[in-house]
Design a protein around this ligand. Structure first.
Ligand code: SAM
Length: 275
């Protein structure tokens, strides 16, 4: 079978995917170990039997709904490649907003905590832009931290990783705390759709209304921020109002909600003025 035939026939079967042609291209590149240029330039290339077998195995999993990022073991974030696997959330483009907001508030030589670091994408993006800062990535999943460590090694960036249930093992204070915590309600129907079906529930779900971890982080961060330190949280598109109210009630000041490139409220945060 030739590349051109695969590109013509296989996307037709991926009826549940929003990007069937792109999916097939990516799986083909992965199976062949070639780049997009090769796929486009060599349509008449005849796949070898082991290449066909590899492609078909990947394709079968994709038909089952498995995310492309897990099939090829990586995803781009902040223009950097990140290893991912079934233990880590797949980094989302929306989360780049949290990185941007944090960078806009980060003092020189500041200390940053990334709570629930997963693949380490937020921590590593901040460190990449601001090598002067000390960045600490925290997660209670050792499997996630192992991937985060590999990512740090591959990107040649130095982060301190701490296995901890939120702040339980943290002994210092930060100038900025960022987090993209679990914020989906346990009965949310989206958990039954698309990529999230394959992602760890522990990275996604937070109680009856999705607010348990956000609430906890707003409350506890006050004990772990230096005076006038900032807390920034990613949240669901419909949680901005609640998070604003919770921040106000917890005596944060300079509270703001930020919209992502689709105009959705994605990140809220504020400053905690007290010791
Ligand atoms: C939504 S994922 C975010 C992952 C990554 N920061 C990102 O943006 O792609 C939430 C992360 O929080 C971690 N987490 C959940 N509960 C936690 C807890 N009690 N203590 C520390 N980390 C926790 C999960 O393991 C997961 O990696």
């Amino acid at each position: 079978m030739q590349i051109a035939q695969i590109l013509q026939l296989y996307p037709l079967q991926l009826i549940e995917s929003s990007s069937p042609r792109l999916d097939v291209e990516i799986l083909l590149m992965h199976a062949l170990g070639k780049n997009r240029f090769f796929i486009y330039a060599w349509g008449e290339y005849e796949l070898k039997p082991f290449e066909i077998t590899k492609f078909k195995e990947l394709f079968k999993e994709r038909l089952r709904g498995k995310p492309i990022a897990y099939l090829i073991g990586k995803r781009e974030f902040w223009s950097m490649p990140f290893l991912v696997n079934e233990h880590t959330l797949i980094p989302r483009p929306e989360t780049e907003l949290l990185v941007e907001v944090a960078l806009n508030h980060l003092p020189k030589n500041g200390i940053v905590f990334d709570m629930g670091t997963g693949s380490g994408c937020i921590a590593l993006a901040i460190k990449k832009e601001r090598p002067d800062c000390q960045v600490i990535g925290v997660d209670n999943s050792l499997n996630s931290l192992n991937i985060a460590k590999q990512n740090a090694h591959n990107l040649n960036l130095e982060i301190e990783w701490i296995e901890s249930d939120w702040f339980s093992k943290i002994e210092i204070k930060a100038d900025i705390i960022v987090s993209n915590p679990p914020y989906i309600a346990i009965n949310d129907r989206h958990l039954m759709q698309g990529d999230v079906r394959f992602e760890p529930q522990s990275a996604l779900v937070s109680g009856k209304d999705g607010l348990d971890d956000l609430f906890y982080l707003i409350d506890k961060s006050r004990d772990f921020l230096n005076p006038n330190g900032w807390l920034f949280l990613e949240h669901g598109f419909d949680q901005g109002f609640v998070i604003n109210s919770l921040l106000k009630t917890a005596c944060y000041t300079n509270i703001n909600t930020y919209q992502d490139s689709n105009g959705q409220e994605r990140v809220s945060g504020g400053r905690f003025p007290f010791v």
